[in-house]
Design a protein around this ligand. Structure first.
Ligand SMILES: [Zn+2]
Ligand SMILES: [Zn+2]
Length: 339
């Protein structure tokens, strides 16, 4: 038997229940979970807010563990191997976007870890092999777990942003995503500016590698960035539409606002600066399993780490509430007590 934390009705409590340990089917493996991050997107399970959400469901898409059984047809993955499983739960390999190598855009309703099938809030889970990332020895499970979502999202957005070494990159927001974005931007060799509200985030942003901190409550970030030549990229991780829109004025010519945070309200976009400076606004999804693997390897090598509050599975309710409160510094991780 195994213990998992499930949600069985919309907005109901997490229930720690015993279930049979599942057997992996074709092209899947069973993962003995070591740690799983608690992410804001898990609210889509807690509230049954994801379209077509079927309950009960075990959330969790920031999973680090070890393969402890393999299904038929599995090649290249072995029992005992450390693996990570993120949001991207696999792809079909047959649809037109997949045939073009755009696995993130798979149109067949690809699996989503912890949404379409049970995720990592438990002792074991089943994962398709197309969702697996290798985990380097240099990262502990708790350190690695949030890198499977917040980490890969910021890392992959920055490395695909078109910014080159030395370019001015502003990371807007120093929270769950932003505190990783600042570290990645600095380690990638960008001229890194962190922007957030309040003086208290300043010393932290500088300690994470930012060259400069802009407190948006005392200084207009668009004016400050323009005075520095304008940002090549603004990595927008906040969830306030007005604050995000205000960053457009800080973009240099051909600069891009990359949207990672999801404000509930639409952005206001002034047309003239977009036209005159060939500026862009774009979104970025997180990444596929190989992107996660690249993220983990980069972090192991360069020392980029998520700042985490780690708790046992038994405290899942407190862990979730802490994450939802926005007060966690900065990610919350469930550790299954195996390592
Ligand atoms: Zn997530
Ligand atoms: Zn596909």
């Amino acid at each position: 038997m195994m213990h998992v934390a499930q949600v069985s009705k919309a907005n109901g409590p997490f229930e720690i229940v015993e279930r049979d340990v599942p057997e992996p089917g074709p092209n899947t493996v069973r993962v003995a979970v070591d740690a799983c991050g608690v992410c804001h997107s898990d609210a889509l399970v807690k509230t049954a807010g994801f379209p077509g959400m079927v309950l009960p469901r075990v959330p969790g898409h920031e999973v680090i563990g070890r393969i402890d059984a393999v299904g038929s047809g599995v090649d290249g993955w072995t029992i005992g191997q450390r693996v990570g499983v993120g949001w991207h739960g696999g792809y079909c390999g047959k649809c037109d976007p997949c045939r073009r190598g755009k696995f993130f855009a798979c149109v067949t309703g690809p699996p989503i870890t912890g949404i379409s099938h049970d995720g990592g809030y438990g002792e074991h889970m089943i994962a398709p092999v197309s969702a697996l990332a290798r985990v380097p020895d240099g990262l502990s499970a708790s350190d690695a777990a949030p890198l499977m979502c917040a980490g890969v999202t910021t890392f992959n957005a920055l490395r695909n942003s078109g910014a080159r070494s030395g370019d001015l990159v502003a990371v807007h927001g120093v929270g769950g995503l932003g505190h990783l974005g600042v570290q990645f931007a600095a380690k990638m060799g960008f001229h890194t500016v962190a922007v957030a509200r309040g003086a208290d985030k300043g010393p932290l942003a500088l300690s994470l590698g930012a060259d400069r901190y802009i407190d948006s409550t005392v200084e207009d970030p668009a004016t400050a960035l323009t005075a520095m030549g304008g940002a090549r990229v603004v990595l927008a991780t906040v969830t306030d539409a007005d604050a995000m829109s205000a960053m457009i004025g800080g973009l240099g010519s051909e600069g891009s606002l990359l949207i990672l945070g999801a404000p509930p309200a639409p952005l206001a976009v002034p047309a003239f600066p977009m036209i005159a400076g060939c500026r862009k606004i774009a979104g970025w999804y997180s990444g596929t399993s190989i992107d996660s693997e690249d993220t983990l390897a980069f972090c192991a090598r360069t020392g980029v780490r998520s700042m985490n509050e780690v708790t046992p599975l038994a405290k899942v309710s407190e862990a979730y509430d802490r994450m939802m409160s926005g007060k966690a510094r900065f990610r919350v991780v469930l550790n299954l007590g195996r390592e």
